[in-house]
Structures are given as C-alpha cells and as structure tokens.
Design a protein around this ligand. Sequence first.
Ligand code: FE2
Length: 318
Amino acid sequence: MFEMFPDFWTPVLPAREVGEKPVPVELAGERLVLFRNQSGDISALSDRCPHRSAALSLGRVTEEGCLECPYHGWRFDGGGNCTHVPFNDAKAVNLSRLSAAGFPARILAGFVWVFTGKGEPPELQIPDSLRFPEAKYCIHQEIWNTHWSRVIEANLDFVHLPFVHRNSFGNIAQASLESGDILDFKIEHTEERIEVFTPYPNVPPSFALEWRQPNQVVVKFDDMGLPVRREHFFAIPINERQTRCAMILQMAEGMDAQAQEFAAQEFIKPLVEDRVVIESQSGEIPAMSEECHVTTDKPTLLFRRWYHRRFSRQTALV
Ligand SMILES: [Fe+2]
C-alpha cells in the first residue's frame, strides 16, 4: 500500500472536517476512511470492508465509537479490530481474523496525520512552530492537478518570484532582476532537510525556505535571529495526478478576526499564481536528462537528488 509515498507521516485532512460521520479521503492512491473512535481521537482505516469490500465510509459511527459497515453491519474499532458480526456467534466466527487494515493516526496543529507504513511508526517529527494549540493556526487547503513532487519543488524555488509572483510578494526580487544580478545561494542541507536563504541582495537574509522530508516546506521570516513568522506548507499526495496543497499559518499574538482574515488572504494569493504554472508542467519530476538545469536550480536539484534516491527512480547528477 501507499507505493507512491511509503513509510512517512503526513497530514491528510484538517481535523475539523471529521465530525460525527466517517469521512473518505484518498492518500497516495489509497482510499482511507477517517472517523472519531471510542476515545474521541481520529482513526484511519482502509476504506474497504474485509468482508465484501464495501466502502466503510458509507457506514456510520456507533455510539461506542466503532465504524459500522453499510453492507452487513460488521463493526470495527479505532484499531480496525472487528468487534461485532450480526447474526453470527462471535465465538464461532473468530473476530480476530476479521480485522480491517488500520494506520497510525494523530491530530497535530489542526490536522489529522497518518503514517503510510506497516508496523510501529517512527516518532512524528514536526517543527516547534507547529506545537501550539489549534486555535493559533489558520488552515487553508486546495487540490491541484499535479504531482506532489512538482509542488515541493516550486516551494523551494526563489528564482520564479519576479515572474510568477510579479503582482504580489515577488516584487522583492524586481530590483535584482532589473540590475542583472547573478544570484548566489546560501544553502544548508542534510539528507532530510534543505534550507535556502534569500539570494536577493536587497532582501534581508532572514527570509528563508526550509524543506523537511518528505513533503513540508516552512517559509521562515526571522528578525535579529529570532523567528517572527512561520508558514507551513504541505504537498500531500492524493494520487499520481492530484495533490492536496495545505497550509498552516501561525497567527501572531493578539490578532483579531479581521486581521487574521487579511493575513490568510495574503497567504493564499501566491498560491493562485503558482497553481496555473505548476499544473502546466507534466506530472512527476522526471529523470535528470529530460529537463535542462542551470546554477540557480541548485536548491531544487538537491530536492530532486533526495527524491530520486528515496523513490529509486535513478541516481541523480547533482
Ligand atoms: Fe511560487
């Protein structure tokens, strides 16, 4: 399962979307169902009853917090264990062999996170800036018709700002473009993390983009070495052709609702500009030889190196 995105923790849906009813969601080509279980937490199961493969998301959540199949009423707890098969003697049917596939799930920063692997998951690593109570965040999501790898790449790319974003924040790069500056990148990276600092001489170096494996980019604004603002962006694979672009914007202390709405709109505007260009690219990032590369592609080529290694597509040439 999850062949296009195995063994990762990833946000899947805002937790507020999971109420009393089960919710179907596609993640990396797999159909899942999310529901509130017996302890009030959210569970993630394969959206397929092990009995006759009906979509469990068409069923209901019982008072005990079990998910009931819409077809024959089989019930499953938050771990996917079958707890009830109507019209059958529980001892005779051996419930322990009738489980639905379940996946580790957590709620963090207003999102439901799921682990796309088997067995005991590793610890879910998130930046400290995502560890505040949910009320501190503004959440936005939209579905793009593209592969998640293209979306991450765009979020690590400073060079497109004066073109794609010339009518919004990309104007910070305009002076450099007009002066004919040759850009010089400061990059810090490990296998699992890439931080790119703004290459534009007239922009404070405290503006940086940080990729964290696999599908997160943090937009960072610091002042005098202290974090002022963090925007968390996730490219969540729905399938090979679609990506859920999710943003978690940390609201500043004391912001009223109107200011929050304004900040959220400012936050969303560049996405609209990116979307049309990124959807025009064709699918997953291709083999190195299929596109041309130049010096200013270094940050995105570092991501490609990780991507090709992790998904065994090819050995990258960076
Ligand atoms: Fe962009």
